[in-house]
Design a protein around this ligand. Structure first.
Ligand code: APR
Length: 243
């Protein structure tokens, strides 16, 4: 498949002092990890987010929620990073400064070699005390594990709907979006805030902004560049174009 990377985008990346990359579920789609909102096989097409990804849902039926996240954890454990993940790790090596902000909880960026990842929505391989929020190493039991400190349930270490983004992750991401020269939005529908707001921050600070997505999102027209393709194909081409 022939993918043309616009010359101006390559030039902007070559001149960039700081590049900020925001990724979403689409960057892991080619690893076989379902996205959330795609019509047929998106997770939220099969399950109601509010029934599974909220603190209220966990309170109502912790065993059901725990088992669902165990299923997702097993699924992403079996997945492998794809060329899109590796290309991002390569960009971190060849560009002066890259800040990677991911909405994904699947740990695939780290497994592809990315270093300083801001996990905006947490990590599915970590657990947190439901009462105190303390972080615990992921427990593989099928039953809801108990917090060794206070006896409350442990819950998946991800950010659920209605919950705040971890402060450090939010602060660092906003700073990077407001400081970068180029902002790449990769594999996200740009519908979920505050993550989707990072693009607006970058735009307000005159960064060159580009979207990589096979399906143009609602914001595509406001991007300087909208590269219509799979990230596992477009990103390696972008790395190659940087020479
Ligand atoms: N390469 C790039 N993009 C892709 C690919 C691909 N191979 N396949 C699909 N996409 C795009 C889709 O077109 C869609 O726009 O990825 C996007 C995935 O969008 P969502 O499913 O909405 O996922 P995301 O944007 O990451 O969702 C944000 O919502 O459900 C919550 O917490 C969850 O982090 C998630 C957040």
């Amino acid at each position: 498949m022939n993918i043309d990377i616009p010359e101006q985008l390559i030039a902007a990346l070559r001149d960039a002092r700081h590049v900020c990359i925001l990724t979403g579920a689409g960057v892991s789609a080619e690893s076989g990890v379902p996205t959330f909102r795609e019509a047929q096989d998106g997770l939220w097409a099969k399950y109601r987010a509010e029934d599974l990804a909220t603190p209220e849902a966990f309170l109502a039926d912790p065993a059901l929620i725990w088992r669902w996240y165990r299923w997702r954890r097993d699924m992403v454990s079996d997945a492998e990073p794809n060329p899109g993940h590796y290309a991002i790790a390569r960009l971190e090596e060849i560009l002066p400064r890259v800040t990677l902000v991911t909405q994904n909880v699947d740990d695939l960026h780290r497994r592809a070699g990315s270093k300083d990842i801001i996990e905006f929505h947490g990590n599915i391989f970590e657990d947190r005390c439901f009462a105190e929020g303390t972080l615990h190493v992921g427990d593989d039991s099928l039953d809801v594990p108990i917090c060794p400190d206070c006896g409350a349930n442990l819950r998946p270490g991800v950010v659920w709907f209605g919950e705040a983004i971890p402060e450090e992750a939010l602060t660092r991401s906003c700073k990077a979006a407001a400081d970068c020269d180029v902002f790449l939005s990769v594999g996200t529908s740009s519908l979920v805030y505050p993550a989707a707001g990072l693009t607006d921050l970058a735009r307000e600070n005159d960064a060159v902004i580009a979207e990589i997505n096979p399906n143009a999102t609602a914001h595509a027209a406001s991007f300087d560049f909208a590269l219509a393709g799979n990230s596992g194909e477009v990103l390696p081409e972008l790395v190659k174009s940087l020479g």
